[in-house]
Design a protein around this ligand. Structure first.
Ligand code: NAD
Length: 489
């Protein structure tokens, strides 16, 4: 255990001998990976001062100059893809095939997308006859990014890329459970030519997050996390009227009509529940299947789910890894027990495997086999609460009107999916679902070009796409007189 996860402030790792520390464990075997040190108040002050200095340099650069740094940082991430993917897999417990194909690549995609866009961010000209006006989208200042543990480098890059493209600086606090790859992103920015402090990293738990939210030097907060943390941050930011973007949890519906391509719909239901061990905010954990195809859908789903290769996350053939922590695994197990005791039938999975698909001992890791519950009722806890683990609840329905009502009967509104070969029905149903991110005939696809975010209690604001720019800029209107001042005095 040689690794120390320290703060990254003003372009370098810093250590504070007096700080509180904790051990970061590998979820696949619960062996220590390294020691994390909690940012002190002095670290927070140093990070804010350093980011303010960087902001004054960065905001005066042209968009093209900023874009070049972001695109270079993306190239650095891609050149270190395998190394960073392995760090992520060891830190999070997710299979290496995912970290290679999605996590690091999607972080690089965001840097390229917003790097390419930086030079095009512009205001409007308004002709006013004897005057004219124009607008300037100006940066906000030093923004705080606060991350969840399921997609650490992707979350850091999805926040940093638009923030920096718009001319802001960012202090990023990763989850206390996944301290590793935000530092790799910070190093990539430095190597790409960013001024020191443009992207600082502070390690720590919610106390460090709360101090950042309250700090008068922070102009805006972007959180990816749970609804309860989102509410705390929203309340606290309101006292200083700070801007917030909140990417929160969900209990999303996936609706499969009887005319759907069943093979594709089953693939989507599995992706929507078992990718990243089910630890995905937008997961379609309520799978509504129309009565006529229910039995055949369920049989195919069960057969294919039982073939998922669970095991050592560093093996390229592994399809499902370990849950983030023992505490989280116990929480997921409590939900599975709650499903059983409320009368649902656990059709398959939901147990701790001792051996992986190659017969290796995985009993010390946080593994839970993918679980399918049938005979469910909308009012059961497993159908209402976000489990954030590999637990799928399947529900049958008869009519379109009925399923729309049931799908919307939740305080969440992050995502929704519909499977049908009837193009009119696909759009008609999607337009009535109360969710910010929707798919027709697929699920959990999040291209950087499309806005991502939630309705209702699943969030505020949007990440990705052109839409993200408005959340990292403030609009200045300038009126320019070409005539005389008309005065009644
Ligand atoms: P969490 O809310 O416990 O923690 C998220 C982050 O907030 C962590 O960095 C934590 O240290 C910090 N934090 C906690 N209390 C804080 C406070 N009072 N002030 C400031 N910061 C505070 O969430 P988690 O367990 O890390 O992540 C799982 C949750 O994240 C799930 O609900 C999931 O749905 C959600 N999530 C949402 C998205 C999305 O894009 N919508 C993506 C991934 C995860």
């Amino acid at each position: 255990m040689n690794t120390t996860y320290s703060q990254f402030i003003d372009g370098a790792s810093t250590s504070n001998a007096n700080s509180e520390t904790w051990i970061n464990y590998n979820p696949a075997n619960n062996k220590p990976l390294g020691e994390v040190s909690q940012a002190s108040d002095e670290d927070i002050e140093a990070a804010v001062r350093s980011s303010e200095r960087a902001f004054h340099i960065w905001k005066n650069k042209t968009g093209a100059e900023r874009g070049r740094v972001l695109i270079k940082a993306a190239q650095i991430l891609r050149s270190r893809l395998e190394e960073i993917a392995l760090i992520e897999t060891n830190d999070v417990g997710k299979p290496i095939f995912e970290s290679l194909a999605v996590d690091v690549s999607s972080a690089a995609d965001a840097l390229e997308y917003f790097g390419g866009m930086a030079a095009t961010i512009h205001g409007e000209f308004v002709d006013l006859k004897n005057a004219f006006g124009y607008t300037r989208p100006e940066p906000l200042g030093v923004c705080a990014g606060i991350g969840a543990w399921n997609y650490p480098i992707q979350i850091a890059a999805w926040k940093a890329a638009p923030a920096l493209a718009c001319g802001n600086a960012m202090i990023f606090k990763p989850s206390e459970l996944t301290p590793a790859t935000a530092i790799e992103l910070a190093k990539a920015f430095m190597e790409a030519g960013a001024p020191p402090g443009l992207f600082n990293v502070l390690q720590g738990d919610g106390k460090v997050g709360a101090r950042l939210v309250d700090h008068p030097g922070i102009a805006k907060i972007s959180l990816t996390g749970s609804v309860s943390t989102g509410k705390k941050i929203f309340t606290s930011a309101a006292s200083q009227l700070k801007r917030v973007t909140l990417e929160l949890g969900g209990k999303s519906p996936l609706i499969v009509f009887e005319d759907a391509d069943i093979h594709n719909a089953v693939s989507a239901a599995m992706l929507a529940n078992f990718y990243t061990q089910g630890e995905v905010c937008s997961n379609g954990t309520r799978v509504f299947v129309q009565r006529k195809i229910f039995d055949s859908f369920l049989m195919q789903l069960k057969n294919r789910t039982e073939k998922i290769r669970i095991g050592d996350p560093t093996d390229p053939e592994t399809q499902m890894g370990a849950l983030i922590s023992k505490v989280h695994m116990e929480k997921v197990n409590r939900f599975i027990e709650s499903g059983k005791s409320s009368g649902a039938t656990l059709l398959t999975g939901g147990v701790r495997p001792k051996k992986d698909f190659k017969g290796r001992d995985i009993s010390s890791g946080n593994f839970v086999t993918p679980a399918i519950f049938t005979n469910c009722d909308d009012s059961m806890e497993i159908c209402k609460e976000e489990i954030f683990g590999p637990v799928l609840s399947i529900l049958s329905f008869e009519s379109e009107e009925e399923v729309i009502d049931r799908a919307n009967n939740t305080p969440y509104g992050l995502a929704a999916g519909v499977f049908t070969n009837d193009i009119k029905r696909g759009h008609r149903v999607i337009h009535q679902l109360q969710a910010g991110t929707c798919w027709i005939n697929n699920f959990n696809i999040t291209p950087i070009e499309l806005p991502f975010g939630g309705y209702k209690q699943s969030g505020q604001g949007r990440e990705n796409s052109l839409a993200a720019i408005q959340y990292y800029t403030q609009l200045k209107s300038v009126y320019v007189e070409l005539g005389n001042v008309e005065s009644p005095y």
